[in-house]
Design a protein around this ligand. Structure first.
Ligand SMILES: [Cu+2]
Length: 117
């Protein structure tokens, strides 16, 4: 009976001592709000190889989040929380924008993803 308990203690101890060791596949989730004419937050920083899920919420009209360098092109309809997942495979800055005309300030609806090594 003692060995399984020791094994559990060992796993708990190692997990605590080495943060992230058992979290390799856990997805990071970031909530992004869209409204005329901004994304909030307008910038995020993620790690290369890290799988990130953006939870997109519109507060007014339909928008979209278009990040060409990351293959993201997701319509955001008011009243429907939408998710988009990506895993950047290179470091750098990836500009995004609203890809759906939403009014006079549409062109200033910018987004930026910093991908670090
Ligand atoms: Cu727009």
């Amino acid at each position: 009976m003692k060995k399984p308990i020791l094994a559990i203690f060992a796993v708990v101890f190692i997990s605590a001592a080495v943060p992230g060791l058992f979290a390799q596949n856990s997805q990071r989730r970031i909530e992004i709000h869209a409204r005329r004419f901004e994304f909030t937050p307008a910038e995020i920083t993620v790690k290369k190889g890290e799988t990130v899920t953006l939870s997109l919420i519109s507060e007014d009209v339909s928008h979209s989040l278009l990040i060409e360098g990351l293959g993201v092109n997701q319509t955001i309809v008011k009243g429907h929380a939408t998710q988009v997942t990506f895993t950047p495979d290179k470091a750098g800055d990836f500009p995004g924008r609203c890809g759906r005309f939403c009014g006079n300030g549409h062109g200033s609806m910018r987004f930026l993803v910093h991908v670090t090594e």
